[in-house]
Design a protein around this ligand. Structure first.
Ligand code: AMP
Length: 214
């Protein structure tokens, strides 16, 4: 199954991704995670991406397309994949479709998770992420048992550099202007399902299972 998670930052894509991967056994490909790993390791790619990410802007299409399509040629993607945070522009979507068509594949489902802006602001500015395993928490809504410590692995929880109020505002604006047009793009293809991301996590996942099937 070839899947895409679409939705504004903070819609819960990462959280649903963990559940989808577990149930459908597809690799989780997050371009944001790939960039963060490269930043941590101080690679040339990380250095290029960081300036855009810190401002809440999109990394240039050519760079992202190369990274995403490279990752999709890896062996674990041959029976399916879950893209999270890619594509984010119509140009990226077109490049992805072209790449898949050349390999005799297509996108099966686009899962579009939507949440109102005020809720996104609350979710993102309160988000804390485990430095070690990537598990996501929220200072109010999903607090860890011990402040600053991951329940799963004991790792240190931190606030992403781009989860500050100012950067979050910009990321939501960038989503509305550059990524939202993808909804129409996939609407025309007819492979998009809309999900209410304001619902409890398990309900959102139950809706996803209805779309993808048991
Ligand atoms: P995310 O973890 O998906 O919220 O991504 C964090 C940041 O990485 C974004 O705000 C962008 O700066 C960059 N990024 C991740 N994926 C893409 C993409 N598909 N296109 C452009 N920039 C991206």
């Amino acid at each position: 199954m070839n899947l895409i998670l679409l939705g504004p930052p903070g819609a819960g894509k990462g959280t649903q991704a963990v559940k989808i991967v577990e149930k459908y056994d597809v690799p989780h490909i997050s371009t944001g995670d790939i960039f963060r790993k490269n930043i941590k390791e101080g690679t040339p790619l990380g250095k290029k991406a960081q300036e855009y990410m810190d401002r809440g802007e999109l990394v240039p299409d050519s760079l992202v397309i190369e990274i995403a399509t490279d990752r999709l040629t890896e062996d674990d993607c041959k029976d399916g994949f879950l893209l999270d945070g890619f594509p984010r522009t119509v140009e990226q979507a077109e490049a992805l479709d072209k790449f898949l068509a050349e390999n005799g594949k297509k996108v099966d489902w686009v899962l579009d998770i939507d949440v109102a802006k005020e809720e996104l602001m609350t979710r993102l500015t309160g988000r804390r992420v485990c430095r070690n395993c990537g598990a996501s928490y929220h200072v109010v809504n999903i607090p860890p048992k011990q402040e600053g410590v991951c329940d799963e692995c004991g790792g240190e929880l931190y606030q992403r550099a781009d989860d500050t109020v100012e950067t979050v505002e910009n990321r939501i604006e960038v989503y509305n202007s550059q990524t939202k047009p993808l909804i129409n793009y996939y609407e025309e293809i007819g492979n998009i399902a809309h999900l209410d991301g304001a619902a409890p996590l398990d309900e959102v996942f139950a809706e996803i299972v209805k779309v993808l099937g048991e």
